[in-house]
Design a protein. Structure first.
Length: 152
């Protein structure tokens, strides 16, 4: 597996990976209407449009994208997705380390993220603390966790 910065031409594959991950992984923790809403909300065009407003990396295996993550300039990790067949194989941890190093280099003293129920334990294992359990867009069917990690 190797990690590189995402390219515009990766947008369709990233969008597909995101959609598949939501439908196969997050489906264990959220009702069907939430999964459907989340999975169709962001497409390839959205990833192309947001490319200038974030830093994004992809994890590749045999030139196929098996995971991606991104962060913005406000010290926020905004997205992290790993293909269902590559969970618990270090893909997410490696992507997270790349994003954290980028944020630290950017001057962030603390990283913030809104985590799904599905990813909460992953972030806790990587040093993130829960600040608050809340909901996404005030919808009680969409619980999330506001989490943070401080650099030492």
């Amino acid at each position: 597996m190797r990690i590189r910065q995402a390219r515009l031409e990766d947008s369709a594959e990233i969008a597909l990976l995101r959609r598949q991950t939501i439908r196969h992984v997050n489906a264990n923790d959220y009702p069907e209407e939430v999964i459907e809403s989340w999975s169709v909300k962001v497409g390839a065009q959205d990833f192309r449009k947001s490319a200038d407003t974030c830093k994004r990396w992809v994890a590749l295996e045999k030139e196929r994208i098996i995971g991606f993550c991104e962060h913005n300039d406000a010290c926020e990790l905004s997205r992290m997705y790993v293909h269902k067949d590559h969970l618990r194989k270090g893909v997410g941890s490696r992507l997270l380390k790349v994003a954290e190093a980028s944020l630290e280099k950017q001057g962030c003293a603390e990283i913030n993220i809104e985590s799904t129920v599905t990813a909460k334990n992953f972030y806790e294992r990587n040093g993130y603390k829960v600040l608050q359990k809340t909901t996404y867009k005030e919808d009680t069917k969409q619980p999330i966790y506001k989490m943070s990690k401080k650099f030492s």
